[in-house]
Design a protein around this ligand. Structure first.
Ligand code: AMP
Length: 214
């Protein structure tokens, strides 16, 4: 199964991707996660990407397309993959169409998590990442001491989840990423999901819609 998980920042792509990865045993390819790992390891790519990421701006298309090109042919992607946070621009979308044709891999569907911008701002300003287990949680689920509910580690706000940066990320999404969905509607099976529902209901709606590809 080869799926693109599409949607605004904060629409729940990461959460749903983890569930889908477990259910179908396919590779979860998150460009945001790959970039954060490059930044943490201070690689050349990480140093190039860091300032774009901190300001909520997109990393240049050629950098992202190069990353995806090498990732899709790794052994764990042979059984299928789930793209999370990619493509985010029309250049990336056309790049993916050309790349999948070249390497003989067919995209089955796009799952589009639809959500209103005001819910995104609320969700992201409450999102915290644990510095110890790297788990993502909401500030309302922290322990009374304000630490991670899973491992007790320190919780932090991602620098790009600061409210001003979130607003900029939404603007970038509306200007650069939304046109991708319109392109894909004429090209692939794009499945619309109401992402304002609870995580379980969203997961169930996705499972139902994808059952024909399993
Ligand atoms: P995410 O975790 O997917 O929200 O990504 C965090 C940040 O990484 C984004 O705000 C961008 O700066 C960068 N990024 C992730 N994926 C892409 C992409 N496909 N194209 C350009 N920049 C990206």
């Amino acid at each position: 199964m080869r799926i693109m998980l599409l949607g605004a920042p904060g629409s729940g792509k990461g959460t749903q991707a983890a569930l889908l990865k477990e259910k179908y045993g396919i590779a979860h390819i998150s460009t945001g996660d790959i970039l954060r790992s490059e930044v943490a390891r201070c690689t050349e790519l990480g140093r190039k990407a860091e300032s774009f990421m901190n300001s909520g701006t997109l990393v240049p298309d050629d950098v992202i397309l190069g990353m995806i090109e090498s990732r899709l042919v790794e052994p764990d992607a042979e059984r299928g993959w789930l793209l999370d946070g990619f493509p985010r621009t029309l250049v990336q979308a056309h790049g993916l169409i050309a790349l999948t044709e070249r390497i003989g891999q067919k995209v089955d569907a796009g799952v589009l998590l639809n959500i209103a911008p005001e819910i995104v701002v609320r969700r992201l300003s409450g999102r915290r990442v644990c510095g110890q287990c790297r788990g993502v949680t909401n500030v309302s689920e922290a322990t009374p001491e304000g630490t991670c509910p899973n491992c007790g580690g320190p919780l932090a706000l991602r620098s790009d989840d600061e409210p001003a940066v979130v607003r900029h990320r939404i603007q970038v999404f509306e200007e650069q990423t939304q046109p991708v969905f319109e392109l894909f509607r004429g090209q692939y099976d794009v499945i619309d999901i109401d992402a304002a529902q609870g995580q379980e209901q969203v997961a169930e709606a996705i499972r139902k819609a994808l059952s024909k590809y399993a």
